[in-house]
Design a protein around this ligand. Sequence first.
Ligand SMILES: *[C@@H]1O[C@H](CO)[C@@H](O)[C@H](O)[C@H]1NC(C)=O
Ligand SMILES: *[C@@H]1O[C@H](CO)[C@@H](O)[C@H](O)[C@H]1NC(C)=O
Ligand SMILES: *[C@@H]1O[C@H](CO)[C@@H](O)[C@H](O)[C@H]1NC(C)=O
Ligand SMILES: *[C@@H]1O[C@H](CO)[C@@H](O)[C@H](O)[C@H]1NC(C)=O
Ligand SMILES: *[C@@H]1O[C@H](CO)[C@@H](O)[C@H](O)[C@H]1NC(C)=O
Length: 889
Amino acid sequence: WTRLGAEMGKHLLLLGLLLSLPLITAWTVVNCLVTEGSQLPLVSRYTLLCHLDTSLSLFASCSSVTNLTQVLETVPPSVEGLCLSGSISVLPPDAFSHFPGLKVLGLNLHFTQLLPGALRGLEQLRRLTFLGRHTDFLYLPPDAFGNLSSLQYLTFSGPCLDGSLGVRLPPGLQLLAVTHSCLQNVGVLADIFPDLVLASSSGDAWALDTLDLSFNKRLNITSPGALPGLQLRTLHLDHTNTEVAAVAELGLQRLDALSAKKTGMAQLPVGVIAHFGLQELHLGLTQIGRIAPEALASCHSLKSLDLKSSRLIDLPPGFLAAMPSLQTLKLTINQQQIAMLCMNGTGAESGLWALDLSNNGLYTMFPDTFSCLPHLRELLLQGNQLFHLDGQVFQGLRRLQTLDLSRNPLAALGKGWLGSLPALTTLNLLDTQIVLSSAWDFWGPERLNNLRLRLLSGPPRMLSLPVGLASLELHAVSGMKPWKLVTDVLPVLQTLTLKGWGLQLGVQNISKIFPALHQLSLLGNSLEALCSQDTSHFFLWQLPGLKQLNVKGDGHNLRPCCITGLPSLRELKLQLLQSRARPRPVRLEELVGELPMLEVLQLEHTGLETLSAAAFQGLRSLQILVLGWENGLVLDGSLQEHSPQMPQYMYFLTSSLACQCANAWVGPWLERSPRTYVHITTHQLCQPEAGGHSNRPLFPFLWSHCPQTLGLELFLGSSALLLLLLQGLRGQRSEGKRFLYDVFLSHCRQDQGWVVRELLPALEGCPPVGWGLRVCLPERDFEPGKDVADNVADSMVGSRITICVLSQQALCTPRCLLELRLATSLLLAAPYLPALLLVFLEPISRHQLPRYHRLAWLLRRGDYHMWPREDERKDDFWAWLGRRLGQPG
Ligand SMILES: *[C@@H]1O[C@H](CO)[C@@H](O)[C@H](O)[C@H]1NC(C)=O
Ligand SMILES: *[C@@H]1O[C@H](CO)[C@@H](O)[C@H](O)[C@H]1NC(C)=O
Ligand SMILES: *[C@@H]1O[C@H](CO)[C@@H](O)[C@H](O)[C@H]1NC(C)=O
Ligand SMILES: *[C@@H]1O[C@H](CO)[C@@H](O)[C@H](O)[C@H]1NC(C)=O
Ligand SMILES: *[C@@H]1O[C@H](CO)[C@@H](O)[C@H](O)[C@H]1NC(C)=O
């Protein structure tokens, strides 16, 4: 190990780090949220992202963009998804040429114009979205999308395209959406995108999967032959007030599915169904009211029909028989007509597969309502007024897999009703009034694996569950006595949700009852019940296999409950744990303890105030921290030392930092944090607690008003270096390299007299007077002209032991503090690294030391000594130092 070797090693490392950008570099991107695609579900609630594609490696969403060049300079060039919103109106040529890997691009701008070549180079782009106000005009040059050979989805939502003509579409396009715009005449669409219509010369018809023209309030499609030759799978005309029957006249060569919700339609568009042999028809919010029996003759081809909210007062006889291919049916209809489903037909069975009668106001069911539906697999009846169901109702549904009866005032179900549903796998009985009786033992459906149930109070309060359950949700009513679970073990149960505390579950045996439990959700006051036993503040269940825990309080929890001791937990989400009536600031370590495998931590409305290094001690695998709606946060200074081990991503979303000096270090750290990406709103204003009318940006304000920021710059400059060092050291140690020095001696100028007079002779003097050690003394041995931090770090790495001489004055000297920080950081990161010895020249209160817990630890371990005033006690000092330096005698 030579200095040259060290230098080369460092440069190689640096190169390695640069290559692995952007995960390692310092970064926070002003106005932009950067995230990995897989994390999008964690952060998307807080920002309006144009499209969520979790397969993208890196994604950036930037808001308030006023200067495109400026923003794009800061976005990592490797992003695959980019969303921009702001007030830009013109996209210049080559606007995104630095992002050749872009797959998703969303632009929410104040459009006027796309200049030719604006999207040049985006050969991998799959999805392109233009959002805007409906008053904006967007002018597209004809070859705007010419070279986007991978483009599949092209959406214009808002801006008006009427000025553009002859815009070529990329050949692989599957979806074209022009919505919320000024489009009036569907013929204009063919002028803008002539590719859509059959060129009389070529004869090649264009095929699109989806054409979406929804929410064009003034759209008129009464324009015969406007889209000749176009082949469509799906056409969307929702919310357009248009005459749907006119679709048949457009000249389309093919149409399989039509969605026309809220179009003011008064009749089933039988002409369109018959013309195209339509397979799917999605209506809703229409005025249809009655379907004429003769209309049914045209519906032969339908496989899926949605007639929700269509004011149906009648079903014509033979409704189902007229649609022999029908698989999915959604209906809103009153209880009289529901009986007609199976009556008055030919008596033939229907192949119907899924029937949705939810939110319908139904209050009774006739016993034979579903008698002609032997193939039914999904029946949704939630949100009705059903009070009693005859056991006969489900007779014959021998293939039914999913039954949802939730949100009905159901008090009783006919005897043995479950017996007629042998294939049932999923049953939802939440928000009903069903009182479980002792006879209720889920006899019948052996395959039932997903059960959602509400427990009411009432005898016998013994719950026996099907042993094949994979997922169970139990809601308790407040104030009820817990039920006793008589099933000994649920061997395959993976997902358990408890709302309120409804079960008597012993603490010790929980993993025997649920040996396969992966995912646990505790809602309402159920966590409190778990934590308040034995007045413990700790999570009590021992669940060695638990991977995901989700806790959502009800705003009444008076004190935090610390989630700890879950060795396999990967994801933890805590929400609404703050008491609304008596909010109390919480430290992170009060919420989470020892969770060695935790990778994702999400907190919302927990009352979190302080984040310090201590909290991260038990979270060694944490990669992503998401804080939402947590205001007045304080990032404790102890995090500086900890920063090499901080999570890779920290998102502070709709959250704010407190305007306190304790946060002063955060601003510069954000710009140079060595490997953590931090997102925090950058427009935060500071309203100092101690009065005053200052309303200035947070960080500049703190920087100029807080005295302790001295020495910080120096340290921050070195923290990236620190990371290099740590890695270098690991490599060096594993190869058993030798040290350049025995001792690195850190002291401040004011203590130099003592060092030269007392310490150096003992360390460097030839035996037997001294120990003959090689000492690195900064003033003497530093390479002139080299950066101080660099010098310190290099020398420290090259030394076996570091001695810090501490006095009141030393603690006021930035460089001494820097050396101390570096040394303690090295120790923290790798406990086997060079030993650190502290020598106190005068009594120093613990509180005067910088707040590094490792220092306290050193003090406990005895790696420090006070230089005694009395001569007779000096031998003790030298004996201690000799022992620690590994010197005999
Ligand atoms: C936008 O930012 C770039 C780079 O920061 C700068 O050169 C340019 O002048 C800015 N443009 C405007 C209009 O401010
Ligand atoms: C498309 O690509 C061709 C050949 O690479 C190039 O000449 C042309 O300028 C490109 N057009 C646009 C709009 O980028
Ligand atoms: C739609 O356009 C057609 C032909 O252009 C016209 O006859 C008809 O009146 C228009 N309908 C409405 C509602 O404006
Ligand atoms: C339906 O059938 C019942 C008895 O089968 C009959 O009384 C009724 O009139 C029929 N209704 C219609 C509309 O055909
Ligand atoms: C826990 O299991 C032990 C035996 O393994 C048993 O004696 C005890 O009753 C169980 N406790 C609870 C609360 O189920």
